[in-house]
Design a protein around this ligand. Sequence first.
Ligand SMILES: [Zn+2]
Length: 362
Amino acid sequence: MRLSFIRIKLLIITIPIFALVGCSGAFKTNKEPPKIDYSLVNQAYFEYPQDLLVPEITSKKIDSFKEALTGKKIFIDPGHGGADRRNKSRNGALVEADVNLRVAIFLKEFCESAGAQVKLSREVDSTVELLTRPILAEEFGADIFISVHHNASPDPTDFWTNFTSTYYHAKPGSYKYEPFAHELARFVQRDLAYAMMNSGGLGSFDGTYSDYRIYPGDGFAVLRESKIPSILIECSFHTNRMEEIRLASGEFNRIQAWGIFKGIGKFFSVNRPIISLVKDESKLVNGTLNLGFQIESTEEIDPFSIKTFFDSTFVNHEFNQSNSIITFSVSDIEKGEHVIKVQCANKSGNSSEPFEKKILTN
Ligand SMILES: [Zn+2]
């Protein structure tokens, strides 16, 4: 066992205090955060995941994801860097940008060892503009975009808050929301939080959060501007006095990457419904457009998961369970370019890949 007594003490102290901070702030203190002793970095403040402890087991685990990950293109975005090194731990010794990069490089190694192609938004401490990052991912032809960050408490006297959270773009019910990306967030969050032995915070049941929670209606720029399924991970709080010590350890950063990697591997290992457009996509009959979509799935489709949109507006549909065909009609539409979007999931809750398509009616 490599779990130190300090770690156990931390868990006991942190959880009840954090539960109360949000409502009253009565437990806040004006005391200065304790000085961090970096000689402690070489001590173990974490428990090693068993499947990362024994090299043979690690190799087997990596091999088990090869079928799902071979050929997949993964874009990893270590947040900040270069001109943006503002986010620092309480004593200024730990820079968020550096921790993000270390985790990202380990994650790249794991993903590549399982057959994925990986590109990083930066491989060193360099400046990459925020809006350039999703463009680089698109140019790479990435399947998914993973932005790696670490969190900070806005309260300078708070040195206890700590949890792991993963953000997806938009909110269920909004047009921009993609269940596929939310599911990626869930898979990554579960394995990352488990590897780090952190909770997912008290603002969400599973540790995944909409980015509208931070910027209502807009979300995070990198997620909003991305054209592929994207998530942003806030691995933990570098402003937590004990987390800061763990995050300074490359060994621990590798454990973090292992958690994210397993989440990605499992996400790509499940069966998903595949949607294709089967009915005339262009011809208007008396101003009405009739569309049909075939769903291929090894598992039964959850009819309540189906959402259909026309020009960003939710429209009603019909679903024939026996032949797995979704149909919908829209009336009084004009000739020209329109956008259709369909979402569905199987009864295990695994979503279809994003299906959004431009059509030209005549
Ligand atoms: Zn950040």
